[in-house]
Design a protein. Structure first.
Length: 94
């Protein structure tokens, strides 16, 4: 899987957490570089020094980073996490 963003040094570990949405390791994903997102967007997020691709779900007073695969657990965004959205999914190229 290859990710195209403004910062080419960003690397995301390959995985199956978004495979149910058809985001597979063999695809190239283009992200629009922004930290602005809407509920339900698929984002490239930084947590500490690691990057992940998840779907953002905002609730009353909380934010979850949800995997599309039920075999994986969501990540609850807390003030203690060093969390930042780096981009929003633009398109997936096969």
């Amino acid at each position: 899987m290859r990710f195209v963003v403004e910062d080419p040094s960003i690397e995301v570990e390959r995985g199956e957490s978004m495979s149910v949405l058809g985001i597979l390791d063999c695809y190239e994903i283009v992200f629009r570089a922004t930290n602005q997102y809407k509920n339900g967007d698929i984002v490239l997020a930084r947590i500490g020094n690691e990057f992940t691709i998840k779907q953002v779900r905002n609730g009353s007073g909380y934010t979850l980073l949800n995997p599309a695969n039920p075999d994986f657990e969501p990540i609850k965004v807390t003030p203690e996490l060093d969390f930042e959205v780096q981009g929003v999914k633009g398109k997936v190229m096969f």
